[in-house]
Design a binder for this molecule. Structure first.
Ligand code: GDP
Ligand code: MG
Length: 729
């Protein structure tokens, strides 16, 4: 707008023209694809090399935006979170879908891992349903070439109605051509671009058409493709059901949907899902009386296989496959697979806890030093107490676990990126399936031993929504590291001779409970069949250090962000409740603070478990963060001022620990301590975990359900142990 034209209307016109032109010169591109297909690599090469990269964080998921120039255009490139599907089951899926519908990018860049075509193209079929303009980046093309597999990309593009450009995200090869292609498509010059329909087979297509006609009659326009809407409604997509209900108040669209689905279910009868073939190992669930939702999934896979049959030929003799096969001969061997898996797990945990101990000790020392420094620099009063006892002690107690967590994530990221994780899931699948879970449930559950919050976020890798939800619900049974300090105190007070035995028993009990609960929930609460699913094992590949570190940091960052804010808040609340109205007088605090009063109020409910008000209030404080149970006990069991001061200084160090252990030994019975150990293992997950469950399941319902069942379970188990124990002793 700088070259001015000064005359009235013409000026306006010039401006408009200019704006239009400027707009035309910006192409909005969104990257969509499965996790780990190379989206971010392509994004970085495209955007980094040229211009700035912004980082805007969404509600639970991140999108990255970068702008750069290419071929006379300004590109606005958005890196979206990875998804396997576009249903409304997970936050990432909803996020990607919402981005496509609301932001309406000019071009969707569908990034596809060419070593895992079947799984990747499934998402493509859903994007095709949405009727949007697409270009496909056939990434990991270097691997395809090395393997000697043959893929006719032109043919594939023709079948899918979009240009297909081979790329190698690792080196940047093909990326310039990719963006040239995007310009061609944007300018309408590409000959392969056309709108196709994924054929779901006669029967399903009839259902779709029927519903679509109904939608037309009720004035649903094409702002959201009616075909997409029909398919999604047949898939029981909650969000779009709501959308349909809003635009069709008399409910005839939904009534029609229900009729179609019922008829379909009745007619479908029993179908067998085809079983494995060659070296693509497929795990299949059998579906009886198949519902229309899984029929659509099957039809999409059938479409993909049909397309691949026409343009793809696997090289059965390639050395790349041979290497993968050689490793797999051991790693997925019928019984050798298990010891290999156990050894890898052992190494992971050894490094997480044994090696992680060193940086953890340093951080602990750092926070102690910081607390001491602030403590001595400031005069007594609420501000000092807030900083030292609230902020530094509270946040510090969480931050010290960061090294362990990062090490654990480093291993997990490496396993994911190298392809081993898919094997671990494969090996564990049979076992996990018996509990109503999924092979991929295993890793999030293991992560739960570190911290439940990232473990719950890690359930994102489970595509099957029922298994995903079940996994989330039982993760709190996995004893997270925050529970260790209080275990240590109680065990050394009463069971020091059998310490290892008791601790191992607690962990095992947690796992057994997780299994029992999973079975119970899949029976009664979590509805829906597990969809028949396909698990294709990707080839092994050496991940780049950069990508592994990036993935580690992405997981760690979420942990820090969520834990940091909530822990900070919880610590301040717990601090305030135990500081007021009594102030710095420790003895008064222990007896008359709000915290103590609350403890005395809930004591009657907790008495059957064998807890007095001090135990009750410590447990209550643990709701903010489980670490807080130990530090609260340190405060409430202190009977005199100086004892409290000593404990406050560092209740975990040798001599002080024996002091708090002594105090507890004098105030608790072994039976009530045992009951408390069980209660701590099982009861309500900390606030951060509850929030994580809400975010990942999309509903408060499930978060509150978890709170209710864990508290109920803990109460029942502790009461049983205490009451039966009291009778026996
Ligand atoms: P995203 O999850 O889709 O963002 O995937 P990333 O960009 O993080 O890449 C996942 C892994 O694949 C990393 O280890 C990358 O280094 C690797 N990678 C990405 N593109 C290619 C490629 O074209 N060839 C090979 N061999 N590896 C790639
Ligand atoms: Mg990425």
């Amino acid at each position: 707008m700088h070259h001015a034209d000064y005359r009235g209307i013409e000026a306006g016109e010039t401006q408009l023209h200019h704006i239009a032109q400027e707009h035309q010169h910006t192409i909005h591109v969104a990257l969509v694809g499965n996790p780990n297909c190379g989206k971010t690599s392509i994004f970085n090469i495209a955007a980094h090399a040229h211009e700035r990269v912004g980082n805007y964080s969404g509600v639970t998921v991140d999108e990255k935006v970068g702008t750069f120039e290419h071929g006379g255009y300004t590109f606005r490139l958005v890196d979206l979170p990875g998804t396997y599907s576009l249903s409304a089951y997970s936050p990432e899926e909803l996020y990607v879908r919402r981005h496509i519908i609301e932001q309406n990018p000019d071009i969707i860049l569908n990034v596809v891992d060419s070593s895992n075509l079947e799984r990747n193209l499934y998402l493509t079929t859903q994007l095709i349903d949405m009727d949007i303009t697409m270009v496909m980046a056939l990434n990991m093309y270097d691997e395809l070439q090395r393997s000697g597999d043959r893929l006719d990309t032109t043919q594939l593009g023709t079948l899918l109605g979009m240009p297909v450009v081979p790329t190698t995200g690792r080196t940047g090869e093909g990326i310039d051509r990719l963006f040239d292609k995007i310009i061609e498509v944007f300018e309408g010059r590409d000959t392969q671009t056309r709108h196709i329909h994924v054929n779901h087979g006669e029967e399903l297509e009839r259902c779709i058409k029927q519903l679509r006609t109904e939608l037309y009659q009720h004035g649903f326009s094409d702002s959201l493709s009616t075909r997409f809407l029909s398919i999604k409604l047949l898939e029981n997509d909650r969000q779009l059901e709501q959308y349909a209900a809003e635009h069709d108040p008399d409910g005839s669209v939904m009534a029609m949907r229900n009729r179609i689905a019922d008829t379909y279910r009745k007619q479908s009868g029993r179908r067998l899902v085809e079983s494995g073939e060659g070296d693509q190992r497929h795990i299949k669930a059998e579906a009886e009386n198949q519902d229309i939702e899984s029929a659509i999934t099957d039809a999409k896979y059938a479409f993909v296989r049909g397309a691949l049959a026409e343009c793809y030929e696997k090289n059965e003799h390639s050395t790349l496959h041979a290497l993968t096969d050689k490793i797999d001969a051991v790693a997925t061997h019928r019984w050798l697979g298990y010891p290999v898996f156990l050894i890898i797990m052992f190494i992971t945990f050894f490094c997480t806890f044994a090696v992680g101990q060193y940086p953890m000790d340093w951080l602990e020392a750092l926070f102690d030093w910081l607390g001491g420094l602030v403590g001595s620099a400031m005069g007594e009063g609420p501000l000092r107490s807030l900083l030292v006892d609230g902020v530094i002690a509270g946040v510090g107690s969480v931050l010290v676990f960061l090294p362990n967590i990062l090490i654990l994530y480093l291993f997990i990221s490496f396993m994911e990126d190298s392809g081993y994780m898919a094997r671990a899931a494969f090996i564990m699948d049979k076992l996990m399936h018996r509990m109503g879970l999924h092979g991929k449930s295993f890793i999030p559950m293991i992560m739960g031993f570190g911290c439940n919050v990232p473990a719950i976020m890690a359930t994102r890798t489970i595509e099957d929504r029922k298994s995903r939800l079940l996994t989330m619900l039982v993760i709190p049974m996995m004893s997270c590291s925050a529970r260790i300090p209080v275990y240590v105190i109680l065990v050394s007070a009463f069971f020091s001779k059998w310490a290892a035995f008791v601790l191992t028993g607690l962990y095992l009990l947690g796992m057994v409970m997780a299994v029992l609960m999973a079975k119970l929930f899949s029976r009664f609460f979590v509805k829906g069949e597990s969809l028949p699913f396909v698990m294709e094992l990707p080839p092994y590949r050496m991940p780049t250090a950069k990508a592994v570190l990036r993935h580690t940091w992405e997981k760690g960052k979420e942990y820090l962000k969520k834990m940091g804010t909530i822990i900070l808040g919880a610590s301040i609340i717990v601090w305030a409740l135990s500081y007021y109205p009594t102030g710095d007088n420790r003895r008064e605090q222990a007896e008359n603070s709000y915290m103590a009063r609350i403890g005395k109020t809930i004591e009657p409910i907790m008495r059957p478990c064998g807890f007095d008000w001090r135990q009750s209030v410590s447990l209550l404080a643990g709701v903010g963060a489980k670490e807080v149970v130990a530090s609260t006990m340190a405060v409430v069991y202190a009977t005199s001022d100086d004892e409290a001061e000593l404990l406050e200084a560092d209740f975990e160090s040798e001599e002080n620990e024996s002091r708090i252990v002594e105090l507890i030994r004098g105030n608790m019975t072994p039976l009530s301590a045992a009951s408390m150990l069980l209660f701590i293992l099982l009861y309500m997950p900390c606030v951060s975990t509850v929030v994580a469950i809400k975010n990942e399941s999309g509903k408060w319902k499930w978060a509150l359900f978890t709170v209710a069942y864990t508290i109920g379970l803990a109460w029942v188990v502790s009461t049983l142990v205490f009451q039966i124990g009291s009778l026996l002793i």
